[in-house]
Design a binder for this molecule. Structure first.
Ligand code: PGD
Length: 760
């Protein structure tokens, strides 16, 4: 599972015992959600059709409030096949959006997006989405400046190397234990915590730069620097200024391995704009004393230093800048490519960053898409609201497609997208929305055709995380909930109705696919010189290690050894401190070298009406919105609401008391939350994690009764370069909620229209 391997027992229906895998040194408590969630009434028990769609047929409609009509599987499959036939026949693949962003569940075969994409490709293709909500700004930036995203993520210096060699880790955005509890596709052994503990025991120092003290495990004793949220760039610029002014920059490294340093350092010195980026300048922006910044800069050169930037920092307006600048700062220190020094991006953001790259794993082919139409993933609402409108992206001028049918399988945009009231207006535009999910999520409630999916404990699969090297046989443990079916079976049945069954299933059952995928992989591994056991031996065993070619990998070590023979895939072959390509795009919000740009909303410059800075980060007690109904997630709620952390001084100024229910609001929306008061957040900051299921007030969908912060965040792109999400930060005000808090209804299935004939 995404949050770790587990040893689970069941009576065939319920999960009777869920324990972490005994070889996991630092398991995640998210596992504690599984048993209760598995049979929770919020599961979808059978197929449903939205009443309005059934009565009036496809077309734009206010989605989200209607009743749902339970229908037999055969009826739902017939309706779905008929609608796909109509939309493909009338509009072609350009009328179908199948991006379907989301983490779904672990498992190489039943991976929901892979299933959906393969299915839609068998029908001719679909409009897809590119990049992620996790690090969308970096995905577009890094190819320009260092040549490759995968290089930085999968090629990150391995944890054992850090544990052995690093003297100082400066972590912009911290090294979050809650985020490193999870990894896409799963994780066998969680190693970040033990590795950091070993490094600290050896004498390594940690500096955690974040408005939240808990962004690095408090037990590690890190020095906490808490700048104004969104101002890390100013802090980094001042560090660069000190290195330059005091002659501490490694000029020979900069000359040999980078291009564009003179342009950049001219900006730091204030040659271009008359503003030297001194510690005093940065102190006014960040709220960190100039002396402290200067002191930190001097420590950077004292030993082996790792500069790391979390993914969360780039989930903000101008999110490219802290990542680019982290790389530049590390380049000035001259330790890139040396064991334990240099640059990292994503340590503590996902469990797999810092795992040495493994060899490939079994994979289901998604076939070929018949069209080449896409949007940057976080532009979903813009696409639905403004078909045909022009936008910029990575140097190109593009237009949004005119989508008629939206298909989601394995994601929850009413969790992950920003400004949910706007997303709801956008979801009223298509003619049909189809959703597969095990649970009645916000997204399922905004669909027309809803199909119940199995959870991974209800099917056989092969499990290995995208960055993990332990493969597991995931045997089915219980019967499916209600009439839930594997997504694969649902797609196969629709494909059969559309004459595409042969290309979709290739004549195999799900179980036969597992043997087939494993067999293909085993042959490829043999060709690469690695003998793997038979499928039967793998299936009966506990776990199977996938070979890791270089367990002691160091990011960019080959480039450092020989930049001529191992150049980067950038135009210059070097690290681009100044990128002529990006500069040539002419984007004011992402110029040719990293700069400080004031965000539209921040503590330093926003109207006093919303004086608190919301940090809407990843949750500790679940994965995104997954398993919010589970025991561990529920245990954290306050008055049934999602917990929000704020500083006692801010609370006192507003008459807010600990453990009380409050209302957070701004011009976009409002939500309730339960307050915890703590000095572990910077004054002026309030933290409310994502993932509480969206529970809109029927009279006002911009008001979430439960605590989903995405009613407050802005649907504003990081920049014209990347069009990434900016969901991490927003300005809000908070007030006590003196009334009896309204009932939360999202954990119950939606209203059904009983007795209505499903046969049209
Ligand atoms: P999940 O809750 O994981 O969130 O957004 P994402 O959509 O990935 O949704 C996965 C859905 O898949 C769940 O509804 C689950 O029930 C369903 N599912 C699980 N297994 C299956 C299956 O086998 N079949 C089917 N059909 N469905 C299945 C996450 C996204 O949120 C991410 S990655 C990030 S990094 C962003 N982070 C932030 C943030 O920091 N701040 C804000 N404000 N917003 C964010 N949103 C983003």
């Amino acid at each position: 599972m995404h949050w770790g391997a587990a040893e689970i027992e069941s009576d065939g229906r319920r999960l009777t015992s869920v324990r972490p895998w005994r070889e996991d040194p630092d398991p995640s408590r998210i596992l504690e959600n599984l048993a209760a969630a598995h049979r929770h009434p919020a599961r979808i028990d059978q197929p449903y059709i939205r009443q309005g769609w059934l009565e009036h047929g496809p077309g734009p409609a206010a989605r989200g409030d209607d009743a749902f009509v339970p229908v037999p599987w055969e009826t739902a499959l017939d309706l779905l096949a008929g609608e796909l036939r109509r939309v493909y026949g009338t509009y072609g693949p350009d009328g179908v959006f199948g991006g379907s962003y989301g983490w779904a569940s672990a498992g190489r075969f039943h991976h929901a997006q892979s299933q959906l994409h393969r299915f839609l490709n068998c029908l001719g293709g679909y409009v897809r989405s590119v990049n992620t909500y996790s690090y969308g700004a970096s995905q577009v930036l890094l190819p320009h400046v260092v040549g490759d995203v995968g290089l930085v993520m999968a090629g990150a210096t391995a944890w054992p190397v850090i544990a052995e060699h690093t003297d100082l880790i400066v972590a912009f955005g911290g090294l979050s234990p809650k985020n490193s509890a999870v990894a896409s596709g799963g994780i066998g052994r969680h190693v970040m915590g033990p590795s950091l503990a070993a490094a600290v025991a050896r004498g390594c120092r940690l500096v955690s730069v974040s408005p939240l003290r808990t962004d690095t495990d408090i037990r590690l004793g890190a020095e906490w620097i808490a700048p104004v949220p969104g101002t890390d760039v100013a802090l980094m610029l001042a560090l660069c200024h000190v290195l330059d002014a005091e002659g501490l920059a490694d000029q020979s490294f900069l000359d040999r391995y980078t291009v564009g340093y003179p342009r950049f350092i001219g900006y730091v010195r204030g040659e271009a704009d008359g503003v030297p980026k001194t510690p005093a300048w940065a102190a006014a922006v960040t709220g960190i004393a100039a002396g402290r910044i200067r002191g930190l800069a001097r420590q950077l050169t004292a030993g082996r230093t790792m500069i790391t930037v979390s993914w969360s920092l780039q989930r903000a307006e101008h999110g490219e800048q802290p990542v680019w600048l982290g790389l530049v700062l590390a380049a000035m220190l001259g330790q890139i490519g040396l064991p334990g020094g240099g640059f990292g991006h994503g340590y503590g953001s996902s469990s797999d960053v810092g795992n040495a790259r493994r060899m490939f794993a079994p994979r289901l082919s998604q076939g070929a898409n018949g069209i080449d139409s896409y949007i940057p993933v976080a532009r979903i609402a813009d696409m639905l609201l403004h078909p045909g409108a022009a936008y910029d992206y990575d140097g190109r001028r593009r237009r949004y497609p005119d989508v008629k049918l939206v298909y989601w399988c394995g994601g929850n945009p009413f969790h992950h997208h920003q400004d949910l009231a706007r997303l709801r207006r956008a979801f009223a535009r298509p003619q049909t929305v189809v959703v597969h999910d095990p649970f009645w999520t916000g997204t399922a409630r905004h669909a027309d055709i809803v199909l119940p999916s199995t959870m991974s404990v209800e099917r056989d699969d092969i499990g290995v995380g995208s960055g993990d090297s332990t493969m597991f046989a995931m045997a089915q443990l219980t019967e499916p909930y209600g009439q839930a079916r594997d997504d694969y079976d649902a797609f196969a049945a629709v494909a059969e109705r559309l004459g595409a069954e042969k290309s979709f299933t290739e004549g195999r059952t799900a179980r036969e696919w597992l043997g087939h995928l494993y067999g293909e992989w085993r042959s490829a591994m043999r060709a690469a010189g690695h003998e793997m056991p038979s499928f039967e031996t793998f299936w009966d065993g506990e776990s199977l290690p996938i070979p890791v070619p270089d367990p002691g990998q160091v990011l960019l070590s080959a480039f450092r050894r020989d930049p001529v023979r191992s150049p980067l895939r950038t135009p210059s072959g070097k690290i681009e401190i100044f990128s002529g390509v990006i500069d040539g795009f002419g984007y004011a919000d992402c110029p040719g070298h990293p700069v400080w740009l004031e965000p539209s909303e921040w503590l330093g410059g926003y109207p006093v009406r919303y004086p608190l800075q919301l940090v809407a980060n990843q949750p500790r007690r679940r994965l995104h919105s997954q398993l919010d109904v589970g025991a561990f997630s529920q245990e954290g709620k306050i008055g049934g609401r999602e917990p929000a952390a704020m500083h006692p001084a801010d609370a006192a100024a507003r008459g807010i008391t600990d453990q009380s229910v409050v209302r957070l609001f701004n011009d976009r929306g409002s939500c309730l939350a339960g307050v915890t008061l703590t000095e572990d957040v910077r004054p002026g900051v309030v933290q409310l994690s994502t993932g509480a299921w969206y529970d809109p007030d029927p009279a006002d969908p911009s008001f979430c009764r439960h605590g989903n912060p995405n009613v407050l965040t802005a649907d504003r792109p990081s920049s014209a370069l990347s069009q990434g999400t900016t969901g991490q930060l927003a300005m809000v005000e908070i007030e006590p909620y003196p009334d009896l808090p309204p009932e939360i209804t999202v954990y119950r299935p939606p209203r059904t229209a009983a007795g209505l004939s499903p046969d049209r």
